[in-house]
Design a protein around this ligand. Structure first.
Ligand code: GLA
Length: 387
């Protein structure tokens, strides 16, 4: 949809002119389920994302409209009622951010009209919710003059998702979206929030996303379950070794102290968190040294660990990845994001992309019974104002 169309749609629905903004989606290249364990992640922002048109109101009303859910019409709320409601549907995300700003002493002095349009495939695992959160924060900063930098926008987005929407996510998604830079991935230490922008030099290689189209259901509760398993294991390890998070452990430390963890399941979860963190550091080293082959192999190892030790893949993601590994021109393939559905990220040589999509798509449909969707994506910038 064109900028002009978005602006005129806003005018049609709300009867006034608005300002246009954008925030990207993200894909994580490696470093999965490490962000709430004090480890490293390596995501990048995409050129697809969420567009928002907004205007400050004179009263306390909040009015929301999404071009992705037109059947829901205008959803109304008020600054005096910033609480999550099931029937408020997607508007719980922008409302959560408004509430979070208020909790941090930045209260909106009047209401807002907001229209959204996202071209991130829904439920694909490319962080459409974090994109909406960062976009809302960016709009509030611009329209209400709140003094916050982009890092704070990421933290406010995460806080709102944790406390308002009840998903205990880490900081990766909001950080990647708020801090993204074209043709760079973000090597982030989630323990300190120190980060490095690393150029993504993928000469002749494309990033292909395969969306499993599996409906997520239990995903969020399983996510919180993994998180508590890791927290429990950390508590057990702390009785023997002085660490603050699993991200502090080297592989060798894990092998020495693992028997402090009194359950095989928690041992496997911890193994993943520790090895995946180190794998991410090695992968970034490889990329900096132009060794894309090693980078790809580490992506494959990441998937195996998420499949066997962390157990967050499932037959859909495993099929997509295992079929991808068989294809010519595939440098690396793994699930990305929370798992339990969502999508995979594949590095594929340009000349093989077409055949890759055809072959993996056919094998997936034959085995799973419905089709996957494929997107060749580009690495883009963080949030911006477009009008
Ligand atoms: C989701 C969460 C992130 C991160 C990933 C797994 O995307 O929002 O914080 O934990 O899962 O790496």
């Amino acid at each position: 949809m064109e900028k002009r169309e978005l602006l005129s749609k806003f005018q049609e629905i709300f009867g006034v002119e608005g300002t246009l903004y954008f925030a990207p989606g993200r894909v994580n290249l490696i470093g999965e389920h490490t962000d709430y364990n004090g480890g490293h992640v390596f995501p990048c922002a995409l050129t697809i994302g969420t567009y928002g048109v907004a205007r400050k109101r004179k009263d306390n009303k909040l009015r929301f409209y999404s071009l992705n859910f037109e059947h829901l019409g205008v959803i109304e709320s008020s600054l005096d009622d910033l609480k999550p409601y099931k029937e408020a549907d997607w508007t719980n995300y922008p409302k959560g951010v408004m509430w979070a700003f208020g909790e941090m002493g930045m209260k909106m002095d009047s209401g807002l009209d907001l229209l959204l349009y996202g071209n991130i495939p829904n439920g694909s695992g490319l962080s459409s919710s974090a994109s909406v959160e960062v976009l809302t924060g960016y709009i509030l900063r611009d329209l209400y003059g709140f003094k916050v930098d982009n890092k704070a926008l990421a933290l406010i987005g995460q806080f709102s998702e944790n406390k308002f929407n009840g998903v205990n996510c880490g900081i990766m998604d909001q950080f990647a979206i708020a801090m993204g830079e074209k043709d760079h991935a973000i090597f982030l230490d989630t323990n300190t929030l120190e980060y490095q922008l690393v150029p993504i030099k993928l000469d002749g290689i494309r990033i292909v996303i395969a969306s499993s189209n599996k409906k997520r259901g239990l995903g969020d509760s399983k996510y919180n379950e993994r998180r508590s398993e890791c927290e429990e294991a950390l508590g057990e390890l702390k009785q023997y070794i002085d660490i603050k998070s699993l991200g502090d452990l080297l592989e060798d430390d894990f092998e020495i102290y693992k028997n402090a963890i009194d359950s095989d399941i928690r041992k496997k979860r911890t193994k993943h968190a520790v090895y995946e963190n180190r794998r991410t550091m090695k992968a970034v080293d490889a990329l900096v040294n132009n060794d894309i082959v090693t980078f790809g192999k580490l992506m494959n190892d990441s998937h195996i660990s998420l499949r066997d030790d962390y157990e967050v893949t499932g037959v859909e993601l495993d099929t997509l990845v295992e079929e991808a590994w068989k294809q010519p021109g595939v440098v690396g393939a793994r699930m990305t994001g929370a798992g339990f559905g969502g999508c995979t990220v594949n590095l594929v040589k340009e000349e093989n992309v077409e055949a890759f999509i055809k072959n993996v798509g056919a094998a997936y449909e034959a085995k799973i019974g419905y089709a996957a969707d494929f997107y060749v994506v580009d690495v883009g910038n963080g949030p911006c104002k477009l009008s």
